[in-house]
Design a protein around this ligand. Structure first.
Ligand code: PLP
Length: 389
C-alpha cells in the first residue's frame, strides 16, 4: 500500500495558479493564506502525473478523441461511486461544468426564462442565468440542526413558471448531502411543474463517511427523464486545471438534443491531457482517494473542535462532502466591511465572501476551503481567532 502524505507543504506560488497567484488581484495582498477558490494544495496523484508524462513522450499533440479505455474507466467509476448506470452512449465529454451549465442554458432555455437555484450557492449558478439574459429565481436554504435544508414551501412556490432548476448535489457551500428522500421530493416538484434539472455532482466523490452520495437521476423515473447530470474527476483528484468533465443524460430525446448541440460546439474532442488524466485517475484512484478523504474528514473535525473550543460564537455548516465549510460570524456584531478587514488585513486569510453566494443576506458569512495541510489550517484558524478576539 502506498502511503500518501497530505501534510506536505508544496510551494504553488509562481505557477500561475489562481488560488495563490491571483491573491493580489482579488484581495489586494500576496501574503495571505488562500482558503478560497475550490482546489486543494495537495500534490495531484502520482499515477496521474505518470500518465501525463508518458503521453508527453509522444511529441505530436494533434486533435484527439476519448479512447475506449477512457470510457471504460469513466463508466466503471460512475457505476461504483455514483451507483448510476452509464454507458458511452449516455455520456458526453464537456470541458468543464460551468461551461456545461452555460451550454444547457443556451440550448434548453430561452432569454427571459426563469431559472431556479437554492442560495447560498456556488456563484456561477447565479451569474450564468443573469449574464445569459435569463431570470434568476432564488429559494433560500434554511439551516436545520447545523446543516442546510430546502424550504420546500418556498421552493415549490418559486418553481412555478421556472424552466430549469440548477441543483448542487452535494451542495456548494458546505457539501450538504441531500439524500434520497429530499432528491425525490425535488424531482416530484420539478416534474409536476415542468422543470428540467441540472444536477451538478462535481463534489460527489468527496462525500465524507458516513454520508453517501445519491445521484439525482437515480431517485425516480421522473428524475431520470428530466435531468442532466454533470460529473468530473477534477475536484476529486485535484486536476481542475485540466478541464475534464462528463455529462450524463438518461432520457434519449433530451440526450439527442443536448449532445447534438455539444457536437455542434465542437467540444467532444476535448483535450489530450484531460482524457489521459481522467482515465488514469478513474482507473487507479481508489487508494489515493480513500486516504485523501480521511485527511479531509480530519480537517473538518479539526475545524469543528477549534470553533467549539476557541470560537463558539461562529456558527458553522460543516462539510458532509467536499472541503468547503460555511462560517457565519454574525454573532460578533461586526459589519461586512469590518469582518472582511479583520480577516484579510489582520488574520491574513483569504476566504470567499458570503455575499457572492447570494447577496446581502450572507454579509456575515464566509466560505472556508479546508483542502490544505493541517498545519496550514490550524495556523489560519489561530490567526482568525486572534483577529476577532
Ligand atoms: C458546484 C461546482 N460546480 C462546478 C465547479 C467548477 O467546475 P468546472 O471547473 O468543471 O467548471 C465548482 C468549482 O468550485 C463547483 O464547486
Amino acid at each position: 500500500m502506498t502511503h500518501y502524505n497530505f501534510d506536505e507543504i508544496i510551494e504553488r506560488r509562481g505557477t500561475d495558479c489562481f488560488k495563490w497567484d491571483a491573491l493580489p488581484a482579488m484581495y489586494g495582498h500576496d501574503d495571505l493564506t488562500p482558503m478560497w477558490v475550490a482546489d486543494m494544495d495537495f500534490r495531484s496523484p502520482d499515477f496521474v502525473m505518470e500518465a501525463l508524462r508518458r503521453r508527453c513522450e509522444h511529441e505530436v499533440l494533434g486533435y484527439t478523441m476519448p479512447s475506449k479505455a477512457y470510457w471504460q474507466a469513466t463508466t466503471a467509476w460512475l457505476d461504483k461511486h455514483y451507483y448510476i448506470q452509464t454507458t458511452k452512449e449516455t455520456l458526453h465529454f464537456i470541458p468543464g461544468i460551468v461551461a456545461g451549465i452555460a451550454y444547457t442554458l443556451l440550448c434548453l432555455t430561452q432569454p427571459g426564462d426563469r431559472v431556479l437555484v437554492t442560495t447560498p450557492v456556488y456563484p456561477p449558478f447565479l451569474n450564468l442565468p443573469r449574464e445569459s439574459g435569463r431570470t434568476l429565481v432564488c429559494s433560500p436554504l434554511k439551516i436545520e440542526n447545523g446543516r442546510f435544508a430546502i424550504d420546500f414551501d418556498d421552493f415549490a412556490r418559486k418553481a412555478e413558471g421556472c424552466k430549469l432548476f440548477i441543483l448542487s448535489n452535494p451542495h456548494n457551500p458546505a457539501g450538504t448531502v441531500w439524500g434520497e428522500a429530499v432528491l425525490r421530493r425535488i424531482a416530484d416538484i420539478c416534474e409536476n411543474k415542468g422543470l428540467l434539472v441540472v444536477s451538478d455532482e462535481i463534489h460527489a466523490d468527496l462525500t465524507l463517511s458516513p454520508h453517501r452520495h445519491v445521484s439525482y437521476s437515480t431517485v425516480s423515473e421522473a428524475a431520470a427523464r428530466h435531468s442532466l447530470t454533470f460529473m468530473a474527476p477534477s475536484k476529486t483528484f485535484n486536476i481542475a486545471g485540466l478541464g475534464s468533465s462528463v455529462c450524463h443524460i438518461a432520457n434519449p430525446e433530451l440526450r439527442k438534443r443536448f449532445f447534438g448541440w455539444l457536437d455542434a460546439l465542437g467540444v467532444a474532442g476535448g483535450n489530450i491531457f484531460a482524457f489521459t488524466a481522467a482515465e488514469a485517475a478513474f482507473a487507479h484512484g481508489e487508494e489515493w482517494l480513500q486516504q485523501m478523504l480521511e485527511y479531509l474528514k480530519t480537517n473538518a473535525e479539526t475545524l469543528a473542535t477549534f470553533l467549539k473550543e476557541q470560537m463558539p460564537r461562529v456558527k458553522v455548516v460543516l462539510p458532509e462532502a467536499s472541503y468547503l465549510a460555511w462560517l457565519d460570524f454574525s454573532d460578533y456584531g461586526l459589519s461586512h466591511k469590518e469582518l472582511s478587514d479583520r480577516l484579510i488585513n489582520r488574520a491574513k486569510v483569504a476566504l470567499n465572501d458570503g455575499t457572492t453566494f447570494g447577496g446581502d443576506a450572507y454579509a456575515c458569512c464566509f466560505r472556508m476551503n479546508l483542502g490544505c495541510p493541517r498545519s496550514v489550517l490550524l495556523d489560519a484558524l489561530q490567526r482568525i481567532e486572534a483577529a476577532l478576539r
